[in-house]
Design a protein around this ligand. Structure first.
Ligand code: DAH
Length: 339
């Protein structure tokens, strides 16, 4: 029996030492020293030994049990250390790994042209003026010499919020507000949002204009043309020509529309300019004396020019954007191209 027990201890030792998980170690523990273990079965066999051998074998059995307990305790320590090292390894940081880059945002193309336009005009002595998006009929139409029956005033074009309260359809409102509140001479631009009931590839219900107004003694149509020339060249480059076409606006006399030569085909005719070689950019003219007089400005002494350009139009032309709706869909793949 003693020999047998020795063998058990030896095999327990090799089994315990090779185990690497706590679960397997506990299984060995119950195999060797648990209730239904091998050592227990030896215990039960003590009764079959001659009386005088029993105490000595009991002692040997105890020693064996203690040895196996110690082996298990030692192995437990080893496994714990092993697990700890594994955790350390999995949680360790590789300092040589390249860092994760933070995605950088970019300015919206309209914000870009908005800022560029402000810079160009401020460098020419203009100040930036502001007016409210929610307006009254007086500033949006009446003061701008627009008769009651003008088609632009109709519900189908203008968003009315209430009787006499509307979303401005043009930044020309700021011309009136500035002339009401400032002494002459006046030399301002006013970029901002406008609203009209239109929606297609070249119209959006919310869009952006930049208005300009210069009122002083002796301001002429030539000054208007010169300023537009400077603006177009600075905005689009020296190669880009523009033209002034006769037109009608209620608040200017004479009135004109401004086209720039197609930035894609330079006048040849292409799909962007629909074959005409020219692209529409906005309206302009000499401030109608009626508008000045209504605001108490002596139209014999003072003259002024004004123009209103589509900023979305300018962004589309500058960046060759084929559809206005792209500007307001906020598709990140589109916006990323302007970073
Ligand atoms: N407000 C006009 C529009 O939205 C554009 C315009 C035309 C503005 C002539 C002006 C101007 O200042 O003089 O269609």
């Amino acid at each position: 029996m003693k020999e047998e027990l020795k063998k058990v201890v030896t095999s327990a030792k090799s089994e315990i030492n090779s185990v690497v998980s706590m679960h397997n170690l506990m299984q060995l523990k119950s195999k060797y020293i648990g209730k239904k273990s091998i050592l227990n079965s030896f215990m039960q066999k003590i009764g079959s030994l001659p009386k005088e051998e029993r105490p000595a074998f009991g002692q040997t059995l105890n020693i064996a049990k203690n040895q196996i307990e110690q082996m298990i305790a030692d192995q437990e320590e080893k496994i714990k250390e092993l697990d700890y090292n594994k955790t350390l390894q999995s949680e360790s940081i590789d300092l040589t790994m390249p860092g994760r880059k933070r995605a950088k945002g970019s300015l919206h193309p309209i914000t870009k042209v908005w800022r560029e336009i402000e810079d160009i005009f401020m460098s020419m002595g203009f100040e930036v003026a502001e007016g409210p998006d929610v307006e009254d009929e007086y500033h949006n139409f009446d003061a701008l010499n627009t008769p009651q029956d003008h088609p632009a005033r109709e519900l189908s074009d203008t968003f009315y919020l209430d009787n006499d309260v509307l979303l401005r359809t043009q930044t020309s409102t700021v011309q009136i507000r500035t002339m009401e509140n400032h002494s002459l001479p006046i030399k301002i631009i006013s970029p901002g949002s406008c609203y009209r009931n239109e929606n297609d590839a070249s119209h959006s219900p919310m869009f952006h204009q930049v208005e300009a107004l210069f009122v002083d003694e002796g301001v002429s149509f030539t000054d208007l043309r010169d300023m537009l020339n400077i603006f177009v060249k600075k905005m689009f480059g020296d190669k880009i020509e523009f033209r002034i076409r006769p037109h009608y606006f209620p608040f200017t006399e004479p009135s004109a529309e401004i086209d720039i030569i197609c930035v894609k085909c330079y006048g040849e005719g292409c799909n962007l300019c629909k074959g005409s070689g020219w692209l529409e950019m906005g309206g302009a003219g000499m401030v109608d004396p009626n508008v000045l007089e209504k605001l108490g400005i002596d139209s014999e002494k003072y003259t002024g020019y004004a123009f209103g350009l589509g900023m979305d139009r300018i962004a589309m032309l500058k960046y060759k954007i084929p559809d206005m709706r792209l500007l307001f869909e906020n598709d990140i793949r589109f916006l990323k191209q302007f970073s």
